[in-house]
Design a protein around this ligand. Structure first.
Ligand SMILES: [Zn+2]
Ligand SMILES: [Zn+2]
Length: 675
């Protein structure tokens, strides 16, 4: 008679076949659709069905359908009302439906069935085929799909309110892109299979009646079967999916279902911090369980953080050996260095590429904080109460400037933190602490520290600023800041408002100290100092060798600013004196424009002018050579079209850099040669 050829990688499952399926558009099989076939060995009559799911290009275009042992076949079976014949038990041993093969392990059965088919002349060919098979995550045994009764939770009624709270931003995701992902999944939610056939877990609270076969769900074991009154009951052996207890976590940890003090005080919680891969397994289910069991959402903000990876972007794993052990980092670099490095390098929601060396930076930074604060302490002689420090009324420009910068930093940092952008907050604080407080303020107060008139104001500003820096850094560098804060606390008459930094108030921004005039003024001072340092650097004027400064303000109103910062400028720019001029001074001078001020430094006696001229000319010559060869390469279309884009881009950057260097040197050369 006629026959149909099918391909399979699991011949033993043929015993459970209940149909052969073909694509309705497949010409080859048009005539056999609707007819029945005889399943070899077993002799069962099975239909040939047409289903769009069948890929006519795959194998012979005809596929065996085994609803009880394949998830796709199960779907086809449901669609076509096919019976599901289970041919294996839960240990992958062939059962009574496997006829003569009953009792054989699946692999033994596979061999025997292939032999039998061969002897019947029913094998067309055998070939190697690589396909993916599910494996046990613990022992790597091949997982056998197998039709069985399971327990499900109907999710639709639970998901609807959990969708609403996220749609209405009662529960907010950070970064917000996860909201869409969450909603998409929740809108397509399927019933949840909560039963597991494993030993370890919460046993299901289900009792089966041995008499009538009905089941009863109850917290306590029923005395008798409510259906028939029999006392022959046994508990279901299936256990619950772990997530079925995890989804209760936000309130079960606080004693629920008892209404405990903890539950009343701490529930609902504020924020859940977790990784993206468990948004569905855990976050969504906690929201559903929270609403269902307590009537409240379990938390209002969900912060989804990135994953720590190695420098090549690979996940850290035992098999790659690229992992970093945090305990070793703590032992070598300290807890604060670990925390500081991870936080300061993170960007909200993005993965973090890190190596052991990065923790060195963390340790160095923590040392810098320690040293800077210790230095400040050494320079404070006065005794103040904490309350006095809260109102400084600063008059010195440098104090007005640092307080204004501090309050702006506090506002930025508080904003970043309230949006859960912790890395951004940490980097903003670094900018204030390192670039402004350490580089300019701690340097700039040195010349005036000895002045008894201004000393109290400087000390109070220092104390206030340090107190704020320690509070702001506390979430990032908890241990060292606490230690330093205790020392700070000891300096105050009557201590501080709190005994420990960890429970001290967050420093809210204080607008009173915002002072745009002071910021503009100090910005000008910085520019002048930069300009002079630049001239000194270009001409290799040794440190400690003092220069004289002549300046021409383009605006009369700048004169008082420069005058009141006289000693500060002398100190920071290493000047012997500074004078107003109305024209460029005679002789050889270094010159620059800083803001609206022209600055001139007479070079006679500071620099060996002739040898500097020679050096600079030589350097310009050397750079010009590189400039023209780079320029030639970039005008060669052969290069620009064939070389990788980033290589061309780098060459362009190089050209611009060299151009800038040549311009700078030419200007210096011009200064040195024009009198
Ligand atoms: Zn296993
Ligand atoms: Zn019963």
């Amino acid at each position: 008679g006629d026959y149909v050829v099918v391909a399979t990688t699991r011949p033993e499952t043929m015993l459970g076949d209940t149909a052969v399926a073909v694509n309705p558009a497949d010409e080859r099989y048009r005539d056999v659709i609707g007819k029945t076939l005889v399943l070899p060995i077993i002799g069962r009559e099975i239909p040939v069905i047409a289903d769009e799911m069948v890929d006519p290009e795959f194998g012979t275009g005809a596929v065996k359908v085994t609803p009880a042992h394949d998830p796709n076949d199960f779907e086809i079976g449901k669609e076509h009302n096919l019976p599901a014949v289970v041919v294996m038990d839960e240990h992958s041993v062939m059962n009574e439906n496997a006829g003569e093969f009953a009792g054989l392990d699946r692999y033994d059965a596979r061999e025997k069935i292939v032999e039998r088919m061969k002897s019947l002349g029913l094998i067309e060919k055998i070939e190697d085929y690589t396909h993916s098979v599910g494996h046990c995550y613990r022992c790597h045994t091949e997982v056998e799909p197998y039709l069985s009764d399971q327990w499900f939770v109907r999710m639709k009624p639970l998901s609807e309110p959990a969708i609403a709270v996220v749609e209405r931003d009662i529960v907010r995701f950070h970064p917000p892109r996860w909201k869409k992902v969450y909603l998409e999944w929740m809108h397509n939610i399927r019933d949840w299979c909560i039963s597991r056939q494993i030993w370890w877990g919460h046993r299901m609270p289900v009792w089966w009646c041995d008499e009538c076969g009905e089941f009863t769900v109850a917290v306590e074991k029923p005395k008798v079967c409510p259906h028939c009154g029999s006392d022959r009951l046994h508990q279901e052996t299936d256990v619950l999916d772990t997530w079925f207890s995890s989804w209760l976590w936000p309130f079960s940890t606080m004693g629920w279902p008892d209404i405990t003090d903890d539950l009343q005080h701490f529930y609902p919680t504020d924020i859940l911090v977790t990784a993206p891969e468990i948004i569905f397994f855990w976050v969504a289910r906690m929201i559903m369980a929270g609403i269902h069991f307590t009537g409240q959402v379990p938390f209002f903000d969900v912060l989804i953080h990135g994953t720590v990876r190695d420098k090549l972007g690979r996940k850290m794993s035992k098999s790659l050996g690229n992992g970093i052990d945090p305990v070793e980092i703590i032992e070598e670099y300290g807890k604060d260095a670990l925390r500081y490095t991870l936080i300061s390098q993170s960007t909200q929601g993005q993965d973090l590429f890190i190596s052991v060396r990065d923790f060195e930076l963390g340790r160095n930074f923590v040392n810098k904080l320690w040293n800077a604060v210790r230095f400040a302490f050494l320079n404070i002689d006065g005794q103040y109460s904490w309350y006095e420090i809260q109102d400084i009324s600063p008059t010195l420009p440098i104090n007005r400037w640092i307080l204004s910068r501090l309050e702006k930093a506090k506002a930025d940092i508080s904003n970043s933190l309230s949006d859960f952008r912790v890395g951004e907050a940490s980097r903003r604080l670094y900018q204030f602490f390192w670039n402004e407080f350490c580089d300019w303020y701690l340097e700039g107060i040195k010349p005036v520290l000895g002045n008894q008139d201004t000393k109290p104001e400087i000390e109070k500003t220092l104390l206030y600023t340090i107190d704020n820096i320690l509070r702001l850094y506390h979430p990032v560098i908890p241990f060292v800041t606490e230690e330093l804060w205790q020392k700070l606390r000891g300096n105050y008459i009557g201590g501080m408002e709190s005994e420990h930094l960890v429970v001290a108030d967050w420093p809210d921004p204080y607008d009173f100290y915002i002072d745009e005039d002071a910021e503009r003024e100090f910005e000008l001072i910085k520019q002048i100092v930069y300009a002079i340092r630049n001239i000194r650097g270009e001409l290799s004027i040794p440190r400690g060798k003092k220069a004289e400064l002549f300046f021409i303000p383009r605006d009369e109103s700048l004169i008082p600013i420069l005058e009141r910062n006289h000693s500060l400028l002398l100190f920071l720019a290493e000047l012997s004196d500074m004078k107003i001029a109305n024209k460029k001074p005679d002789g050889v001078v270094g010159s620059a424009i800083a803001g609206d001020v022209e600055v001139y430094i007479p070079l006679e006696g500071l620099v060996d002018i002739e040898s500097e001229v020679r050096r600079i000319k030589k350097e310009i010559e050397r750079l010009s050579g590189i400039f023209s060869s780079t320029g030639r390469r970039l005008s060669d279309t052969n290069f620009t079209q064939k070389a990788p884009e980033d290589v061309v881009e780098r060459e362009k950057e190089k050209l611009a850099e060299i151009k800038a260097k040549i311009d700078k040197l030419s200007k210096t050369l011009n200064d040195l040669t024009s009198v």
